[in-house]
Design a protein around this ligand. Sequence first.
Ligand SMILES: C[S@@+](CC[C@H](N)C(=O)[O-])C[C@H]1O[C@@H](n2cnc3c(N)ncnc32)[C@H](O)[C@@H]1O
Length: 290
Amino acid sequence: MTKKAAETAAGPAFFVAAEQHFPKGTRLIDDDLTGRLLPLGARVMVWLMRPAWIRDWMLGMMDKKYPGIVALFPCRKRYIEEKVAEAVASQVERVVNLGAGSDTLAYRLPALAGVPVWEVDQPENIDLKRSGLEKALGQVPAHVTLVSIDFDREDLVDVLASHGYALDKRTFFILEAVTQYLTEPGIRSTFEFLAKAPAGSRLVFTYVSKDFMEGKALHGLDSLHERLVVKDQTWLFGMDPEGVPDFLDGYGWRVLEHVGSKELAERYVTPTGRTLQSMPIEPVVYAEKM
Ligand SMILES: C[S@@+](CC[C@H](N)C(=O)[O-])C[C@H]1O[C@@H](n2cnc3c(N)ncnc32)[C@H](O)[C@@H]1O
């Protein structure tokens, strides 16, 4: 199961890389590194999308098949960029990106240049990240530590401690597009780890709504549900939006913002003049440790 989950890291990276073919100002996110971390097949696909008509045709087809997929990843990455930059300026001293995949926040956000960041993921993705960064940047930048783990089977406290991270300083935790891949015990142990964070720490996490997981609210994403939930069973865990505050409270966190796809599209798509929806099944939660 986790092997299939490991393969999903290229999905967000593909759409972020494709955005770089839009002129500045109409692009949803600026990130010239992600494309260089993609596996060869995906890199070729992105390269083929350089002519605007091919780019628009391919992204249009994808957005038709999975409504909202083009804007989903760039919009929430923009949101996370903003929250991390604010928190680093005032509140937190380090960042732990859980299930970082090919995400490039640690490398593209100027506010993180001198801030220790731990990027945590399954061993195959950590190996890919290390070799991709070495090719693209010459080395893994000194402020970043790459950490291999399986959240479903290993203890985050111990594994991170063996890589120099202790829960003794306020930290910004990111859990972006990860919770749906975890088993219930994996979710529990991840949030038990987060429960030990010092007060004032921050967390952004995304989750897939339970209604979608149960097939009750598919939002035109029937084929995605059929593939990820029913057939491959890659997505395992969903949450009821109403239950999020109590769920977090149980681990000592309180919700600061709970943001849906409409709000994200208004913030990050509308200013570009493009007319895109963002996928409505995966809200973003911003929280503070009490
Ligand atoms: C869809 S990707 C998201 C990557 C990145 N957070 C982003 O949004 O660009 C999901 C990531 O979660 C990681 N993941 C899933 N299950 C995991 C587990 N049991 N242990 C560690 N990482 C896991 C995958 O390897 C993958 O990199």
